[in-house]
Design a protein around this ligand. Structure first.
Ligand code: SF4
Length: 206
């Protein structure tokens, strides 16, 4: 679905991006093209990804990333938007999701610190999840930390917007993965890595 107000031309919509993994198994069901947005102002105590908070970062475009995801469409199940806070850049997320669903039939998962109520109250955020099949919504709470699944903490909710995924599909997601990036660097992602980082952050809160 093309979001309200969109020109239908996502190519030039800017998107500050922290990182991209073209094929990830630890960020949702199946093999997924995963985008970490750069920038988050929500300030959850004990956040395990603080390097994604500052609003400055490399700028890509929604069209560029959609083209990369579509190039992999033959062997991936879908895309995952995480961060940082994807819904603080709603125009880019909306344009990207519209493109990959309309042209690739890819499933869309969004991980956000906003609650469902906050999303539904904001037309821009609601447009950004218009093509999402599953939204994992709500602030991270370190006192309710979960070591498995994709919620991060038990207060966060699975918001299934279509029948493509069920909450149970997310409980079997691998706890961690290590990927050699094209530049030779090692990328470690998944909830086990997040748990270790959350523990370090919790030390800092004491
Ligand atoms: S847990 Fe997510 S929403 Fe909360 S501060 Fe960290 S990046 Fe932002």
């Amino acid at each position: 679905m093309t979001p309200p107000g969109s020109t239908g031309a996502p190519r030039s919509v800017p998107w500050r991006v922290h990182g991209v993994l073209a094929r990830s198994r630890a960020n949702g069901p199946g093999l997924r093209f995963t985008v970490w947005s750069q920038g988050c102002s929500l300030g959850c105590p004990g956040c395990f990804n603080p390097e994604t908070h500052r609003p400055e970062g490399p700028v890509r475009t929604a069209g560029e990333l959609a083209a990369a995801a579509l190039a992999a469409a033959g062997d991936i199940e879908g895309v995952t938007l995480t961060g940082g806070e994807p819904l603080e850049q709603p125009a880019a997320v909306a344009a990207f999701c519209a493109e990959v669903t309309a042209r690739g039939g890819l499933g869309v998962v969004g991980l956000t610190g906003f609650t469902r109520e906050e999303i539904e109250a904001d037309p821009g955020r609601l447009a950004a999840v218009a093509d999402a099949d599953m939204v994992v919504a709500g602030r991270y709470n370190p006192r309710l930390h979960l070591g498995a699944g994709l919620r991060g903490s038990a207060n966060k909710m699975y918001w299934a917007r279509t029948g493509r995924y069920r909450a149970a599909d997310f409980e079997d997601v691998p706890e961690t993965e290590m990927v050699i990036a094209p530049d030779g660097g090692l990328v470690v992602t998944g909830m086990r890595a997040a748990t270790a980082m959350a523990a370090r952050a919790a030390e800092g809160l004491r």
